[in-house]
Design a protein around this ligand. Structure first.
Ligand SMILES: NC(=O)c1ccc[n+]([C@@H]2O[C@H](COP(=O)([O-])OP(=O)(O)OC[C@H]3O[C@@H](n4cnc5c(N)ncnc54)[C@H](OP(=O)(O)O)[C@@H]3O)[C@@H](O)[C@H]2O)c1
Length: 306
């Protein structure tokens, strides 16, 4: 990684080609919209073909130069290889890859069925690994490219009821920081991590739940467009770990510097602010299969920050 946040962005004559993984919902779909408005060529990936087709139409309407849709389960290495094969066959060079796909299941560790836990890890950890490997192979062949991975403030903290998600985000953070160190020997290759706090996306309603209650984003909640702007900017101005969320630094400082206080507060705060009140039967949400009816840019949470 050579460029810092102050390096000026490069202006391009040709539209750039960007693969967006997790393009059917939330932050990934918002990033696809913003790249479309810049006139990019886009490759949109997620599991749901139906939602990807809707995203494709939105991107065409916003000015994308060209949009290719490739239904992909990132937990399947062969799917991800087919995605990158299709992208390079169609467009040749890949200028950027945005990775914004993940799933979530709430519950006390031993209440979450083992197959649900394992699938969250497969998608979030091995899925990220599969995307990273194909991305870096493509960038190695070309000699350059920008890879932006969406992590989480939960990669630096922990909370009850989210063991598989926290574990997967800590793993993602470790992978991305290692890739950044390895990319130092390849001047044209940039790897960035964007770490949001709570964002108003459908992920909370799409999540599995084994707590008897649904999830919700603890405040302060920001808009998916705000995170997407940071992601898109990181394609031109890479960053080691770009935080998005007004309370992130406070949370991380509390976790690291005052762990006794953090541990007393986090459980009650999570039950009060991180879960809805409705009774919810145990269910896996979209962990095993996509739920296209629930996919959109926004969730249903008031957000405070653009
Ligand atoms: N929302 C927040 O508060 C928040 C906070 C911090 C970090 N994040 C992170 O931000 C990123 C985007 O999340 P979001 O909030 O935008 O969630 P979202 O709206 O639920 O979108 C998740 C995306 O991932 C895709 N996906 C899920 N499983 C997949 C699989 N196996 N293969 C391919 N694609 C898959 C989904 O599409 P299909 O289901 O159709 O496959 C969807 O496009 C994630 O890494 C998340 O952990 C979110």
């Amino acid at each position: 990684m050579t460029a810092g946040p102050d390096q000026p962005s490069t202006r391009r004559q040709e539209p750039r080609t960007v693969v967006v993984v997790g393009a059917s919902s939330g932050i990934g779909r918002a990033a696809a919209h913003q790249l479309a408005a810049q006139g990019a060529r886009l490759v949109l990936a997620a599991r749901s073909e139906e939602s990807l087709e809707r995203a494709r139409q939105e991107c065409v309407g916003r000015g994308a130069a060209e949009v290719l849709v490739v239904p992909t389960d990132i937990g399947e290495r062969a799917d991800v290889e087919a995605l990158f094969g299709a992208a390079t066959e169609r467009f040749g060079r890949l200028d950027g890859v945005v990775h914004a796909a993940a799933v979530l299941a709430y519950g006390i560790f031993e209440d979450v069925p083992a197959d649900v836990f394992d699938r969250v890890i497969t998608t979030n950890v091995l899925g990220t690994t599969n995307v990273a490997r194909c991305t870096l192979q493509a960038f190695s062949d070309q000699g350059s490219g920008a890879f932006v991975v969406v992590g989480s403030v939960l990669a630096k903290t922990a909370t009850p009821y989210m063991a598989s998600y926290c574990m997967s985000k800590w793993a993602t953070h470790g992978l991305v920081r290692t890739l950044q160190l390895e990319a130092r020997g390849r001047p044209g290759v940039h790897v960035s991590l964007v770490s949001p706090g709570g964002v108003d996306t459908p992920i909370y309603d799409q999540a599995g739940s084994y707590t008897g209650r649904p999830g919700r984003p603890p405040p302060p909640v920001v808009s998916p467009e705000r995170v997407a702007r940071t992601v898109v900017r990181a394609l031109d101005r890479p960053g080691r770990d770009i935080s998005v969320g007004p309370a992130n630094r406070l949370m991380v400082a509390g976790f690291r510097l005052l762990p006794g206080v953090y541990d007393v507060l986090v459980g009650p705060l999570m039950r009060l602010l991180g879960q809805g009140k409705e009774a919810t039967p145990a269910h896996p949400g979209n962990v095993f299969e996509p739920v296209p009816a629930g996919e959109a840019v926004h969730g249903r949470w008031p957000h405070i920050w653009g």
